[in-house]
Write a protein that binds this ligand. Structure first.
Ligand code: PLP
Length: 419
């Protein structure tokens, strides 16, 4: 379900014409629907309302301050993975006591910032990280609340780049390593282990891997209990997939029905960190067709967005539906490519598409997650503007970058200055 529909032959976000936005703001431009995001948040709220929980939106999916503010307004927390993400979360008004912090490579500076901010839980991914936190806690005379991130060794049957809970990946600790840390807990005087964390992967479209992983976590909690260790929180991470093409991902309700009967027995409160499910289908990328050409009998549609604006296709071979802003009769088979000097700079290959012409607006659907947040300035292209439709109004939530933004922070050694 999303709020992008054709009305009188033209694509609208909620009640606002995509064409009007593109003409006013220019292209490429990301457009997000607040109504879709709120709808997705409500699906989680409703599904888990009878079980003690904390939802932490995973901000790596889309970290615009306005998107984070929607989460804060709904009472949601945030899952962060860097000092920069902590800065953004706090700036958007997130309650620090609802922030959880994962990542295998947190620096001392980042850990200190998180501890100073008084965040809820640091999800620890190695024993050396635990030692570093203990040391900082000692210096600051603080007891730091943490969870141990477990790698449960489950194949989530998703793209290999985003299967994080499989054996052999860099994420988390094995059950045996975690057990050892519990046994050594008295050595870590400035740490309180409050929970266990896992995140098995992203764009997961089956409940089976969740069920398997949660069963393993629950068995481990039982084992810990028998050894007199108590666990307050079980964090099952994010990962619920969305429909890009024809996938049928589970609903939050189905997830709840599958995992709650297992978790209930532990008495643990639940944390979930959805990202893609919340914002993925709530965003589109609007581009303009610069040129069309035929090369070696192949149709090319060249648009003004490139892999610097949306890298998912180049990075994961992802599928994104492509729509015209204005409904058209007929079809052509074409590649949709951007202006970047790489062969991987494409959004569709040999795809049956409406007969796009020069000057048309071409819309890349389901680009609310891992899209702007993964954008770059490669080839010194400026990043797109971002628009939020909220309460039937249109807000520019990130202006288009300027050429000056591109060189911000750079300087030339005096010997090389010519101008
Ligand atoms: N939690 C952690 C630790 C993650 O690394 C991620 C994504 O990579 C998520 C949550 C969110 O995943 P998704 O956007 O698939 O829900």
């Amino acid at each position: 379900m999303n709020h992008f529909d054709f009305k009188n032959g033209h694509l609208h976000c909620e009640d606002i014409s995509v064409k009007e936005i593109a003409e006013k703001i220019g292209t490429p431009v990301y457009i997000y629907s607040s109504a879709t995001i709120n709808n997705n948040l409500e699906l989680f709220n409703e599904a888990f309302k009878d079980y003690p929980h904390l939802f932490c939106y995973s901000m790596k999916d889309n970290s615009n301050l306005s998107i984070l503010a929607i989460m804060a307004k709904k009472g949601w927390g945030i899952d962060i993975v860097s000092g920069g993400e902590l800065f953004r979360a706090l700036k958007a008004g997130t309650d620090p006591q609802k922030i959880v912090y994962a990542g295998v490579g947190k620096t001392t500076k980042e850990l200190e910032e998180a501890i100073d901010a008084g965040i809820f839980l640091i999800n620890v991914e190695s024993e050396q990280e635990l030692e570093a936190i203990d040391k900082i806690g000692k210096q600051k005379k603080k007891e730091v609340s943490i969870a141990l991130r477990i790698n449960p060794g489950i194949d989530p049957h998703t793209h290999s780049h985003i299967a994080t809970g499989k054996k052999g990946t860099k994420f988390g600790l094995s059950f045996a390593q975690a057990k050892e840390i519990f046994l050594k807990q008295p050595n870590y005087k400035n740490i309180k282990i409050e929970g266990l964390h896992m995140h098995i992967g992203s764009q997961i479209i089956s409940l089976k891997p969740y069920e398997e992983a949660v069963r393993k976590m629950v068995d481990f909690i039982d084992e810990l209990k028998k050894a007199n260790f108590s666990i307050q929180w079980l964090n099952i991470g994010g990962g619920i997939g969305i429909t890009y093409k024809d996938e049928i991902p589970p609903t939050p309700n189905q997830l709840a029905k599958t995992i709650l009967p297992l978790i209930e027995k532990t008495g643990c409160k639940l944390i979930i960190e959805p990202g893609r499910f919340i914002v993925g289908n709530a965003g589109i990328l609007v581009t303009k067709v610069l040129y069309t050409k035929i090369s070696e009998d192949k149709n090319f549609i060249i648009v003004d967005a490139g892999m610097n604006s949306l890298v998912r296709v180049a990075l994961y071979g992802s599928y994104h539906e492509i729509l015209p802003e204005e409904q058209k009769e007929g079809t052509i088979v074409a590649d949709v490519v951007g202006p970047i000097c790489e062969n991987t700079d494409f959004f569709a290959k040999s795809r049956e598409l409406p007969p796009f012409k020069q000057g048309d607006y071409l819309v890349i659907m389901s680009t609310g997650a891992f899209s702007f947040s993964m954008s770059s300035n490669y080839n010194s292209h400026t990043r797109p503007a971002e628009i939020l439709i909220d309460n039937s109004k249109c807000y520019l939530i990130r202006r288009r970058e300027s050429y000056l933004d591109l060189v911000q922070g750079e300087s030339i050694p005096p010997r090389l200055v010519l101008l």
